[in-house]
Write a protein that binds this ligand. Structure first.
Ligand SMILES: O=C(O)CCC(=O)C(=O)O
Length: 263
């Protein structure tokens, strides 16, 4: 069992994001195979942004672990849940969902700066996503974070990745212009190899550039985990993403449902 060192865990809590190198190298082929299957058989919730002028697609799909055997194998057997548990410092780890994000060569849609929690039907601070790249990621193409933003106490307005709002009139303030003011924010990010991971809190502001490479794709598998203090959040009149249409939990309940197995 991998034991994370104290500095890594401290950096995760301080900055809201930390790089973990080489942890999942043995799982790269499995996850690539799962993503190929997922792209060939997408769910009804798939979102595909077609690049302009011959650019590739930005493919996003989620909540497919139950029907993609490679995802199940990874989620239940890779030790990722234990890594999440150590980072959060919790007794329990529950699966929230997986999210796959592929930017084909020339995919010209950037991932806008956002926090994940305002999109979700959960609230709490014991949260972690493990964003696992399956291709070489140079620093200029990596997922970036505003260090410390998970502690700002703000929920910013969720948008679709093409910048259309997920909900009109949600009363939330827009995400600040981070790219236009990079000197004012502590932006962190790492060059990564296949099987590395970046772990981040659902409240940490993050974003990623378009894929300007004309030859290299950028595949990523993001595993979303929940810890002890997370509760179901019913956001009245608001579309969440993922939608979790079949879940009947009440507001404030433990997130205990077959969709969210204990790991
Ligand atoms: O892969 C990307 O471009 C975005 C990833 C992301 O926003 C996430 O995993 O929460």
């Amino acid at each position: 069992m991998t034991q994370l060192d104290k500095d890594t865990i401290e950096a995760f809590h301080r900055d809201g994001a930390v790089a973990l190198h080489g942890l999942f190298s043995d799982w790269v082929d499995t996850l690539r195979a799962g993503i190929a299957r997922n792209m060939a058989e997408p769910s009804a919730d798939v979102r595909i942004y077609q690049g302009k002028d011959g650019g590739g697609r930005f493919f996003g799909d989620y909540c497919n672990w139950n029907r993609i055997p490679e995802y199940r194998e990874f989620i239940f057997n890779s030790g990722a849940a234990e890594i999440g548990r150590q980072l959060m410092g919790t007794k329990t780890v529950r699966l929230f969902h997986e999210h796959v994000l592929v930017k084909e060569p020339g995919a010209d849609v950037a991932t806008p700066w956002h926090q994940d929690q305002p999109y979700y039907c959960v609230d709490g601070t014991d949260t972690v996503s493990l964003w696992i790249p399956l291709d070489h990621i140079p620093r200029e193409r990596t997922l970036e974070f505003v260090a410390g933003s998970h502690k700002w106490g703000k929920y910013y307005r969720p948008e679709r990745f093409d910048k259309t709002p997920l909900n009109e009139g949600d009363g939330l303030e827009p995400v600040p212009d981070i790219n236009g003011n990079r000197d004012k924010f502590n932006v962190i990010g790492w060059a990564l190899e296949p099987g590395d991971a970046v772990a981040f809190n659902y409240m940490t502001l993050h974003g990623a550039p378009a894929n300007k490479s004309q030859s290299e794709q950028r595949r990523a598998f993001s595993l979303r985990l929940l810890g002890d203090n997370v509760r179901y959040a019913k956001r009245e009149g608001i579309k969440t993403s993922p939608p979790f249409r079949g879940v009947t939990l009440t507001h404030g309940a433990m997130v205990d449902a077959p969709e969210f197995p204990l790991l």
